[in-house]
Design a protein around this ligand. Sequence first.
Ligand SMILES: O=C(O)[C@H](O)[C@@H](O)[C@H](O)[C@H](O)COP(=O)(O)O
Ligand code: SF4
Length: 606
Amino acid sequence: MSADSRIAAITARIVERSKPYREPYLARVRSAASKRVSRSVLGCGNLAHGFAVCSPSEKVALSGDEVPNLGIITSYNDMLSAHQPFETYPALIRQAAHEAGGVAQVAGGVPAMCDGVTQGQPGMELSLFSRDLIAMAAGVGLSHNMFDSTVYLGVCDKIVPGLMIAAMTFGHLPAVFIPAGPMTTGLPNDEKSRVRQLFAEGKVGRDELLEAESKSYHGPGTCTFYGTANSNQMLMEIMGFHLPGASFINPGTPLRDALTREATKRALAITALGNEFTPAGEMIDERSIVNGVVGLHATGGSTNHTMHLVAMARSAGIALTWQDISELSDIIPLLARVYPNGLADVNHFHAAGGMGYLISQLLKHGLLHDDVRTVFGQGLDAYAIDVKLGENGTVAREPAPEVSHDPKVLSTVEHPFQHSGGLKMLTGNLGKAVIKISAVKPERHVIEAPAKIFHDQSELQTAFKEGKLEGDFVAVVRFQGPKANGMPELHKLTTVLGILQDRGQTVALVTDGRMSGASGKVPSAIHMTPEAKDGGPISKIREGDIIRLDAIHGTIQVLVDAAELAARPPAEADLSENEFGMGRELFAPFRAATGSADHGASVFFH
Ligand SMILES: O=C(O)[C@H](O)[C@@H](O)[C@H](O)[C@H](O)COP(=O)(O)O
Ligand code: SF4
């Protein structure tokens, strides 16, 4: 079934807008592609260095020009529970490559930050820029030009987006993304949040809080809430970079290893040396990106992808805008209730039918482009499956279930949880912002209240502790944009504002900063652009001004006469604290060079 005409129209608009970037991009990809092994252009000295540590048989293979060499880009470290399993992947991949008649080498590693460890800490101010740094680091590994295909090992927030930017930059090579899978279910996320609120109110001590947190985050794998990391897995599958069914299989299981072996062999099968050449930059196009946006809306995905997916698309010459994302939100229903958009976690989502059921539902109703290329071949219908361990450690696939195994977690297009998706754009006299409404109760979709101004999230937390946050208000937390301090996530505000909201106060947040993909229940207009550091209207809001946030009509306004607002001098903030400490001095070039949030807050394109 072809895509719904409204989706096709938005896709056509993106194709038209992208032409000035997409055509030169494809020309570069095609000129870089080669029918021969990439290493054939290297001199003997280059090549000898490139395979110096290989086994004798690998050296023989790489001395010739028939055996494909697979480059592994890994983001392994022990800090991220989601990336720790990657420690053993290179050995598994080398073995699988050997079985497939190829060679595999770790081309390089990339840094990976855990936003959970840095949440509310100075290190969070490096987080967003680490995405572009990851792309650069992957480029360093691939610049050895020893590789005929690539596999990317990454899961979390900025890592997959950074790796995707690298994969598009090296778009003449095939790219298969290999995930590590979710942590098994521990203490439910809503129970963890309840204990956090009790701690913030002084009703439990640090020992109880640490016990709850460590029962929630208890072992290897991705944290089980539906934040940016798990939104990344959904995106890589629905855009065709994962093998079908790969996203949500737990680490350390036979099926997980079978999927890794299969991904390795697939990456070697789609090089220019074979007859299924699938260069990443040509594999995806505007339809793949639109499918990604559709998946974000249908699952209530992370707000961070209003920036990351914009940057990922642009690295392939595709110009995606917040307007596109917002209009698709009006078309795509919410089919999944996964925390913070519900009580279930991604393990429950997978058990209910997972990506295969989701894709089958959306395809059945023409809400996805089916006619797309993927690492698995032509057509997204191949992803409407359920995946199991087959004979002798292989992967077996069968059609996705006809009905959801848990309709409270994964529903149908006919009976969605909400008739529109999660991510809306807001516009008005303050500029542009985004809001995630899939986790906000309908009665809170329109908020009008006086402004309380903060220049740092800790100021708001202190005001809460001092009992100064009374009555209804809109918290304006500004000077949190990419140029100001790297645009940190302000997820710690969720607990405090959640407590006030639960007490019956009408509260909302307006910020030029970010929230976590795990934030949700408090109406928040985030990523406000132009940012305060640039003198944007958010810098002209004064204490007590009435702010109106309307997620139904997509508006965000300060109710002040236009002439008065224009005449006001922009507020200033002392950002000297944000220039040094915890590595922030190293990222001054990024703060100086970054584009705006609606263009992905990237140093690569504005
Ligand atoms: O965008 C995201 O999904 C978040 O950055 C997430 O990766 C982050 O780690 C959260 O902060 C974890 O939630 P807690 O901080 O509530 O544990
Ligand atoms: S999901 Fe977030 S908290 Fe969990 S490992 Fe990844 S970055 Fe860290």
